[in-house]
Design a protein around this ligand. Sequence first.
Ligand SMILES: Cc1cc2nc3c(=O)[nH]c(=O)nc-3n(C[C@H](O)[C@H](O)[C@H](O)COP(=O)(O)O)c2cc1C
Length: 253
Amino acid sequence: MKVLAIIGSPKKKGNSYNATREVEERMKQLGNVEFEYLFLKDVDLKMCSGCFNCVKKGEELCPIKDNRTEIENKIFESDGIILASPVYCENVSGLMKNFIDRFSFVFHRPRFFDQKLMVLATSAGGGLKETLDYLKKLQIWGFGTPVELSVATPPWPHSDALQEKNRKNINKVAEKFYQKLQEGRPSPNFMQYMHFRFLKETSKLGYLPADLEFYKDKDVYFYDTKISPLKKIFAPVIMKFAFFMMRDMEPKN
Ligand SMILES: Cc1cc2nc3c(=O)[nH]c(=O)nc-3n(C[C@H](O)[C@H](O)[C@H](O)COP(=O)(O)O)c2cc1C
């Protein structure tokens, strides 16, 4: 099993890295797991310029020349991804946010179905829930339900009780992630199926040619799987309601 840990702190040996290392230690006690660290601080991943080409026309038309595709390939080659970020002003760090922005097209065209996700946040104590809630949205990229870990690291010497609490929590979550890595592709839950139907339907409007192309041959789901008849019946009904609620957003001629 291979885990790619993407570290969103500008500090290379900071709290986010240290917590990830503890996850690594525990997972290695459980079985054969290989870890690779990718420090966003060091990789060539430039700021998004906002052209929207990646979403609209295709990621290959992004005008920025850097290592984004290499990073995407590293994700594909891994079984598990850890996204570790310090909390900055109640949310992810700028480095982590730019990483997410540069992969915006994956929100539209999910692809990481064979990878499991752990989201990890460290802070002085605040903003952990907000940050993890944001990182958890990346399940849309295909990962499915992520495992989450929050670690409070106040800027004063940690009491024995806090150290023990963090250690126990890290071990528990590391074990959960290890178990998750043993699982195959899950069959989609109702929300995941709805997400597929919604993206496929909106792609037909034709305003996002890359989406139109991506969804044209995908009739059942993003990948071959069985969808229960109940999901197939209820999804179009809810979709009709969703489109009705969005009627003011429809293009006017
Ligand atoms: C610019 C900046 C903003 C921060 N904002 C918050 C915050 O909103 N809430 C909080 O509890 N801690 C905040 N912190 C503290 C960090 O989240 C905390 O020290 C974290 O563990 C640092 O992780 P790192 O060592 O991996 O960079 C902030 C730190 C910095 C440098």
